[in-house]
Design a protein around this ligand. Structure first.
Ligand code: NAP
Ligand code: MG
Length: 484
């Protein structure tokens, strides 16, 4: 299987609106997770390429982009969004092949990317400073200004959405960007760069250097000219990025995943909850930072929820991304080994249900069978460690306090949901959950780009999406003028 729909040279870096070979002529192979075949070669960029990208970004910042008005930046983002929409099918197919994501989910990512560009493009000329009443003889006002050069290091699970929410916001606010996509999946990052060029984004405003985290990623994170870092990925690498940010004293946004719970109370509309309880765990084969991997259920309805979720699990269809079933393969053999080792840790648990994997699937694809473990105690590793695969645990609770204690009992705090008809409980418990987002009688709210997103604890810090992202990708200058 090949990526015949690529219209650019995937083995190059994108710098200054040009496709350039990596300085040291090193390359990596990109795999198709659905069958394990090699898709194409990509550049193995390193610190030399990052240096060139940062120089290009710096020229744009001090040149044309620095003089481009908010209105005009917004227009360019809108054009980028329109081109993304026009190319939705192409982008979705590329992403399906690269990430192993079922086509419908990849299509949704492309539409979300366009929507970020529309939202930020439309919002940016509505962001303004304030005038501040001060002493007689002074006029004081604030200016929202870009940080400067933004470094973005992103993972392989949702390249298009993460580019939309971080690069989109950075460019809207007048920053210039250098993006290091994941070595396992970087094709839509490159495609996006070319779309930006076609939409009229000036040279140097967005540069993309594919490569390894320890090489291109580390070089970008530690580059002394980079003024802001945004990172999505693992806790371990997040710590390294924060340490680099500390060295250079630059702001950093970390989005590090979670162990997000859904709490189902005795008065919940269980049939309404059911699709969310399962889909939030198996979407993108569970490789989602905001995946709901823990289902907490009041004991009085526990057996009923276990049975209904189990019935759904047994009907899940697993297969190649382009077959567009419920669950695709994992991203890599390495990720499959990680997820398999977690599944093995569940040997002492009750398997409530396991989806069947068709034995006709391409033998070299990175498939696992989604599994639901029941009666899991809160201190079991599967109940508090992020797995990043299609594995959910379901556990009973007896009262609201216990539910909150379990929900807040991991080191993460990204997303949570409450399923209850009781308005007072909804309000009370939404406040008590340690979580960047809380959903009531839904999960994810359709992923709206308007909704600020980010975590606490080991889920990270900083907010992307919504107006908060635009504030985060800018800094505030106070001007105090003394006059008669
Ligand atoms: P990762 O290693 O944290 O990768 C994320 C990004 O950071 C990639 O672009 C990676 O490059 C880069 N990177 C790696 N080492 C770096 C370094 N020393 N300096 C700068 N950048 C570096 O995550 P992963 O290996 O892809 O996945 C491992 C686990 O992370 C998963 O099992 C999951 O638990 C978690 N994860 C979370 C999210 C999320 O959305 N929160 C997303 C992905 C993964 P390479 O591509 O070369 O590694
Ligand atoms: Mg790939």
């Amino acid at each position: 299987m090949s990526v015949e729909s690529l219209w650019f040279d995937s083995s190059r870096c994108f710098v200054d609106n040009e496709w350039i070979a990596p300085v040291n002529h090193q390359y990596l192979e990109l795999y198709n997770p659905s069958d394990g075949s090699v898709l194409c070669q990509i550049a193995r960029g390193d610190s030399d390429d990052v240096d060139i990208a940062v120089e290009s970004a710096s020229r744009a910042l001090n040149g044309i982009w620095g003089r481009t008005s908010a209105l005009e930046r917004g227009r360019i983002l809108h054009r980028m969004g329109e081109l993304v929409l026009e190319k939705t099918e192409q982008l979705a197919r590329i992403e399906s092949l690269d990430v192993g994501k079922p086509l419908t989910q990849a299509r949704a990512d492309a539409v979300a990317l366009a929507r970020y560009l529309e939202f930020y493009g439309g919002a940016v000329d509505k962001i303004h400073g304030q005038t501040i009443p001060y002493l007689d003889g002074y006029t004081v006002y604030t200016l929202r200004e870009p940080h400067g050069i933004a470094g973005h290091i992103i993972p392989w699970n949702y390249p298009m959405q993460i580019i939309g929410r971080s690069v989109g916001a950075a460019l809207a606010m007048g920053n210039v960007s250098v993006l290091k996509p994941a070595e396992e999946a970087c094709l839509t990052a490159l495609a996006f760069a070319d779309i930006a060029r076609q939409a009229g984004l000036p040279p140097g405003v967005l540069n993309v250097i594919p490569g390894l985290g320890a090489e291109a990623g580390a070089a970008l994170a530690s580059h002394p000219s980079v003024n802001h870092l945004s990172f999505t990925g693992s806790v371990g690498v997040g710590k390294l990025i924060q340490a680099s940010a500390a060295d250079n004293i630059v702001p950093v946004t970390l989005e590090l995943g979670g162990k997000s719970p859904q709490l189902v109370f005795a008065d919940a509309d269980i049939d309404a909850a059911l699709p969310f309880l399962v889909n939030a765990g198996i979407q993108n084969a569970g490789q989602t930072c905001s995946a709901s991997s823990r289902i907490l259920v009041h004991r009085s309805v526990y057996e009923q929820v276990v049975d209904k979720m189990a019935a759904r699990y047994t009907s899940l269809r697993v297969g190649p991304a382009l077959d567009d079933l419920d669950v695709g393969p994992l991203i890599s053999a390495r990720q499959r080994a990680i997820v398999q080792s977690f599944m093995d840790k569940g040997d002492d648990l009750t398997v409530a249900a396991r989806a069947q994997v068709n034995d006709q699937l391409p033998g070299n694809g990175f498939y696992v069978s989604p599994v639901l473990f029941s009666d899991v105690s809160a201190n079991h590793p599967l109940a508090h460690e992020e797995i990043f695969g299609p594995v959910q645990v379901i556990m009973p609770f007896d009262n609201d306090d216990e539910a909150i204690a379990i929900a807040n009992g991991t080191r993460y705090g990204l997303v949570a949901s409450l399923w209850t008809q009781n308005g007072a409980r909804q309000m009370r418990l939404a406040r008590r959950l340690r979580s960047g987002q809380v959903f009531i009688n839904n999960y994810g709210a359709g992923g709206g780009v308007e909704l600020p997103f980010g975590g606490s604890g080991h889920s990270g810090h900083g907010r992307e999406k919504g107006f908060e992202a635009l504030y985060g990708f800018s800094t505030l200058k106070t001007v105090a003028a003394k006059h008669d």
